[in-house]
Design a protein around this ligand. Structure first.
Ligand SMILES: [Zn+2]
Length: 81
């Protein structure tokens, strides 16, 4: 059995009645601010989910959606000066 920290472990029961550990690729569930690296308040959407959403929900509601609100504010402050 290969143990890895980069993969997520999960136990499943096979039809034969055995308990087996399977490995899945870890996925970050949250987007991260590009500047400071804190978690953004919205969950990361998979491509599957994005396809289901209407276009209005995919558009960013404010400028710089990849930054957190704090960094966005700081950015604008520096831009104004
Ligand atoms: Zn930030």
């Amino acid at each position: 059995m290969r143990l890895s920290k980069s993969l997520k472990k999960y136990k499943i029961k096979t039809p034969g009645g055995k308990n087996v550990t399977h490995f899945k690729k870890k996925r970050s569930s949250y987007d991260v601010c590009k500047n400071c690296g804190t978690k953004l308040n919205r969950p990361k959407l998979s491509v599957k989910k994005l396809k289901r959403l209407p276009k209005t929900k995919k558009r960013p509601q404010r400028p710089f959606p990849e930054l957190c609100s704090k960094c966005m504010r700081e950015y604008f402050k520096e831009k104004v000066r």
